[in-house]
Ligand binder design. Structure first.
Ligand SMILES: [Ca+2]
Ligand SMILES: [Ca+2]
Length: 334
């Protein structure tokens, strides 16, 4: 699933750079960890966001919050780096009206606290509604802190992050634009029908001319049209797209909107010093903006140590909810 996420996040970020949009109206408040005494403890918080829905009619989908926990410890007076919390598979509790599912590192494998732990939960409405704002107070997640090397005598601080998501149910679809773009999905050299994606099975791409006609024509014919990029397959090349490659047929979650500058700064501020230097978009590394000033609405300011900030540019304009730009593929996969 992670590859799916990366692709979809990239698509959302691309959109982000083209328009000024307010995004990420999700709020997490009152994060707190319970007592450390039995290897696992609670992490409680409230989460609320707007433009929320759940519908079982039509395609049947809903939105959700992807919530995950980071922590740091103070051990013997030494403050540690922020780390990602390993969540148990059960023991989480939701308020009335909310449901959840646990997200694992590898969604195709069974839960295992040491090799395939929970790394977050999807929180969503438990029944149909279109009431806009959704609030889940007193969410309680079960954190296996001993798995993460935390001792009962440590002092621990937690932060809870949430990203708005949309659930896309399993379903077949067509990919293509009837051959109207430069590198379109086509069924054959003389067949502009779009690709039919009816499963997650492997896809055999070949150099056939193609048969049948019609936008809804579901022949298992797949023809590649090259865009001329370096190392790219040429038009008419034969190859197999393996079953393991995510094709979008299977159910998945994708981001509901762009990464906001507030979310980016929250993420950045829980990296260690080395990681911060690598991900510093106020530098000239990796196409960064090379200044702490506002450029193209990017308000991120980092002095090279400590926390990055979103300074008030006047009248409370911090750009917190404005889409984050200057991020690249390496930032997305960090
Ligand atoms: Ca055809
Ligand atoms: Ca800087």
């Amino acid at each position: 699933m992670s590859r799916c996420f990366q692709v979809l996040i990239a698509m959302v970020l691309t959109l982000c750079q083209a328009q000024e949009a307010l995004c990420a109206h999700i709020k997490v408040t009152s994060p707190a960890a319970g007592v450390l005494s039995s290897g696992s403890t609670t992490v409680t918080f409230n989460v609320t966001w707007n433009a929320s829905w759940r519908s079982s009619s039509g395609v049947g989908n809903w939105d959700a919050a992807w919530a995950f926990v980071k922590f740091r410890t103070t051990t013997g007076g030494t403050l540690g780096d922020w780390k990602h919390a390993s969540l148990n598979d059960s023991g989480h509790t939701m308020p009335s009206g909310a449901a959840y599912s646990v997200g694992y590192v590898d969604t195709s494998a069974a839960f295992n606290i040491s090799t395939n732990p929970g790394v977050g939960v999807f929180i969503y409405r438990s029944s149909d509604s279109a009431s806009d704002t959704f609030t889940a107070n007193n969410v309680s997640l079960s954190w296996n802190y001993s798995q993460d090397g935390v001792a009962n005598i440590d002092t621990v601080e937690v932060r809870v992050f949430a990203i708005e998501m949309v659930y896309i149910p399993t379903g077949s679809f067509f990919a293509g634009d009837t051959g109207s773009s430069t590198a379109a999905f086509k069924q054959g050299s003389a067949d502009n029908d779009p690709w039919y994606i009816g499963s997650e099975s492997s896809i055999s791409v070949n150099s056939q001319a193609g048969t049948g006609t019609g936008f809804g024509e579901t022949n298992s014919e797949y023809y590649y049209v090259g865009g001329g990029a370096v190392q790219e397959d040429v038009t008419g090349a034969s190859f197999t797209i393996p079953a393991a490659f995510p094709k979008g047929y299977q159910k998945f979650f994708m981001m509901k909107g762009e990464v906001s500058q507030g979310q980016w700064v929250s993420f950045f501020n829980t990296l260690n010093a080395t990681q911060k230097a690598t991900r510093d978009i106020t530098s000239n590394l990796n196409g960064g903006k090379n200044t702490d000033a506002v450029v193209y609405r990017n308000n991120v300011n980092w002095a090279g140590f400590g926390y990055a900030m979103l300074p008030d540019q006047g009248g409370g304009a911090t750009y917190e909810a404005v889409a984050m730009n200057y991020v690249g593929w390496a930032d997305l996969t960090a």
